[in-house]
Design a protein around this ligand. Structure first.
Ligand code: SF4
Length: 349
C-alpha cells in the first residue's frame, strides 16, 4: 500500500524558537499536551530521552544518588533529576494526577531547588470537562490559548501520521525493526524539540524503509509497559528469529487514534488512566497484529508492576514479565528467560 506523504509543511502555528535554551525549554517527565508548549513559543524537552540517550546514563543515576535520592527508588526518577541539572532546566510541567507519586516527590524536590513546576492533571475517569479546564489552565500559565494549540495539533497530526506509517511498516510489512519502531514512537513525546526536522527525518526514513526486504521471523512479539531502562533488549530479542511488532506505551505517545480536538486526544490516550483502558488497547492490537506472545517490562520500584496481574489475566497470549532496575545491558538471567519464552512460542507458532 502506498503511503500518501503529507504536503510540505509550513508550520504556521508553531512558534518554535530557533535555538532551545534553558529559558525557552519546558521539561517534561511524561507525555503532556505538547501542542500547548509549542503554541507558547517554547520547546518541550522530554527528560526521559535526555537521560536514557546520555553517553553514560548510569552515571546520571549515581549523580542523583550522590545528591541524596534514595538507592531503593525508581532509577528513571533519578535519571530525570540529573537530566534537569544537566540541561539547567528552569521550568517543568509536573503531572500531579495520572502519573506516579515518585514524580510528585521529584517535582517537590526540584521546586525547592528553584525549578518552576507547572502542575497538570489527567482527570480520573477521563472526565472531559475537567480535562478541558486543565488544558485551558496550562495554556494560560504558558501565555497562549487553546485556539492556537488546536492549530498546532493539526500540524502535529500530519507529522504523527508519518510515525503511524512507520508503525504500519513495522507490523504489516515487517520492514521496520521493533527497536526502530520504539525510537520513532517514543520520540513523539517531544518531537525531538524540532517538528520540522522530525518530519523531514521521518519522511526520509519511510522512503528508505519502504524499499527494504521484509524481516524474516517465526515469532511476532508485543512489548508492553514503560520503555526499557536497559539497552540492547530489542537487539537481543530480534536476534532470536523474532519480530517485535508492537510497542504499547511508545505507540500511545504518538496519539494513535484520530481525533478532532485536544480534549478528545488526551482523553483517549491510555497511559495516564486505568489499566483496564490499556488492556483493551493491548488486546485489540495483539489480535490485529497477529502477536504470539507479549513481554511486559516493569521497572523496579514502580507501582505499575502491580498491573502485571491485569495483563496476565486479560490477555489470550502468553506473557513474560521482565524487571530491570538500572541502565545497562540485558543480564544473563533475562537472556535465559527470554530465550525460553521464545522457544515455547516457536513450538506453538
Ligand atoms: S517507572 Fe514508574 S515509578 Fe518510575 S517514573 Fe515511571 S511511573 Fe514513576
Amino acid at each position: 500500500m502506498e503511503f500518501a506523504f503529507p504536503d510540505t509543511a509550513t508550520y504556521p502555528a508553531l512558534l518554535v524558537p530557533k535555538e532551545p535554551s534553558p529559558e525557552n525549554s519546558v521539561g517534561i517527565t511524561t507525555t503532556v499536551p505538547l501542542e500547548i508548549i509549542f503554541a507558547s513559543g517554547r520547546v518541550p524537552v522530554d527528560l526521559n530521552n535526555i537521560f536514557i540517550t546520555d553517553d553514560d546514563p548510569s552515571w546520571l543515576v549515581e549523580k542523583a544518588e550522590g545528591a541524596g535520592l534514595p538507592r531503593n527508588n525508581c532509577a528513571w526518577i533519578k535519571g530525570l533529576y540529573s537530566a534537569v541539572k544537566k540541561l539547567n532546566i528552569k521550568r517543568m510541567i509536573g503531572v500531579i494526577e495520572g502519573d506516579c507519586s515518585n514524580t510528585h516527590a521529584l517535582m517537590e524536590v526540584l521546586g525547592a531547588e528553584g525549578v518552576e513546576v507547572i502542575p497538570f492533571k489527567y482527570p480520573h475517569g477521563r472526565d472531559r470537562a475537567l480535562l478541558r479546564a486543565q488544558l485551558q489552565s496550562l495554556a494560560e500559565v504558558l501565555g497562549t490559548d487553546i485556539e492556537r494549540a488546536e492549530a498546532v495539533k493539526r500540524e502535529l497530526d500530519r507529522v504523527r501520521s508519518c510515525v503511524h506509517e512507520i508503525d504500519r511498516l513495522t507490523c504489516e510489512e515487517s520492514k521496520v525493526t521493533g527497536e526502530e519502531n520504539h525510537i520513532w514512537t517514543v520520540s513523539t513525546s517531544d518531537m525531538m524539540g524540532n517538528v520540522a526536522l522530525f518530519e523531514e527525518k521521518a519522511k526520509s526514513f519511510i522512503r528508505e524503509a519502504s524499499e527494504r526486504a521484509p524481516i524474516a521471523h517465526t515469532v511476532r512479539l508485543g512489548y508492553i509497559g514503560i520503555p526499557p531502562i536497559c539497552g540492547g533488549i530489542y537487539d537481543f530479542i530480534e536476534g532470536l528469529d523474532v519480530h517485535v511488532v508492537f510497542n504499547e506505551i511508545q505507540r500511545q505517545f504518538s496519539m494513535p487514534y484520530p481525533t478532532d480536538n485536544l480534549v478528545e486526544q488526551y482523553a483517549l490516550y491510555t497511559y495516564p488512566y486505568d489499566a483496564h483502558g490499556r488492556l483493551e488497547d493491548i488486546a485489540r492490537e495483539v489480535e490485529r497484529r497477529g502477536i504470539h506472545g507479549v513481554i511486559h517490562y516493569v521497572q523496579s520500584f514502580c507501582f505499575r508492576n502491580i498491573f502485571d496481574t491485569v495483563f496476565r489475566k486479560g490477555l489470550d497470549v502468553p506473557v513474560l514479565t521482565l524487571e530491570c532496575d538500572r541502565p545497562g545491558g540485558v543480564d544473563g538471567q533475562m537472556r535465559t528467560r527470554i530465550e525460553a519464552f521464545v522457544e515455547m512460542l516457536k513450538k506453538k507458532a
